[in-house]
Design a protein around this ligand. Sequence first.
Ligand SMILES: *Cc1c(COP(=O)(O)O)cnc(C)c1O
Length: 404
Amino acid sequence: MHHFPDAKAVVGALSPDEPVILDRPHAASRAARFFVEKFPGKSLYAVKANPSPDLLRVLWEAGVTHYDVASIAEVRLVRSILPEATLCFMHPVKTPRAIAEAYHEHGVKVFSLDCQEELEKVVTATRDDDGNDAADLALLVRLRVSSEHAELSLASKFGVDLADATGLLQSTRQVADTFGICFHVGSQAMTPFAYVQAMERVRAAIVAASVTVDVIDVGGGFPSVYPGMEPPPLEDYFGAIHNANESLPISYSSELWCEPGRALSAEYNSLIVRVERRRGTELFINDGAYGALFDAAHVGWRFPVRKVTAEGMADSASPLAEFAFYGPTCDDADYMAGPFLLPEDIGAGDFIEIGMIGAYGATMKTGFNGFGGATVVTAEDEPMASLYRGDRDIVRRDNVVSLR
Ligand SMILES: *Cc1c(COP(=O)(O)O)cnc(C)c1O
């Protein structure tokens, strides 16, 4: 793979017709080391955020040993790349064949569930040829919690309601060797309080069922940094989670897990696109809603952008103005409202770097309308923003955090 110092060098060398995805392994490695060293428990990488084999190897080398997978294809992928990784099958609705293959062929012992039917499915699919129940299952019941503090809700689809949890917790405890409770506060949770609130619900569930709990898994939701979304430092999340966990009615030896997807992968990729046409304040670019910019189109996510001039060329001195993007396909929905701030003289033929697309960006690319292609290169410069560089200037006021 080609290595370049930065996007300027890529544009200078390639003047690329297709979008270019820039990998920054050093940024992903720094994020992983941060979680491995500072999260007060075990960090499972949520593979769906970005299943790039290169990224998986970077995370493994930085010390991430556990992987949250959600489909049999993700199980096979991670197993083929990281034969020694611990895989945790955390989708609460799985097929019996997927469970059986994961358990019997890939050594997966950790499963999540949120209803009695799924519990029965897991128990049946993991029996041996003589019909004996598996004695080594780690089963985590997914509790429904609020997504009110997150930018993207994960509250409607999965999770058993607190009011219905008691029976499921007790019957799961009976068949599990290791028994846990998991939840997901929603993606891009903007305050540590989201986790504290969720753990209050976990407490209520444990007390009502009076079960012994071996694992508390606080899920994903750890934020990254985007225009208009400046979260508090991750240390604040880790501290709040640690304190809440300490006060739960669980044994001293119980484990604390988390499942970061976005926070480990967002800084790994940026994207270079070219402006093919300008119409007023709308820029027609060569990637979009069916490519790496799915979230920009479908949930109005604002990624950081900058104009890229080739190496040796002067940067634009023109003031910034607000633009919207159209992607390359023939679909009206291939539209990203932004607003994206770029030099007001930008036009056809100019290149733009779009940052922070490592999470739920690069992985969303489709071939719709023939526009799926991209060149992938490695870049050595800093990502356009970082939660891990330690240079954000943050003001804390009670629960409110802002940037100076
Ligand atoms: C998507 C997902 C994650 C990762 O969420 P992020 O918000 O990217 O951290 C973790 N766990 C489960 C079960 C998920 O579905």
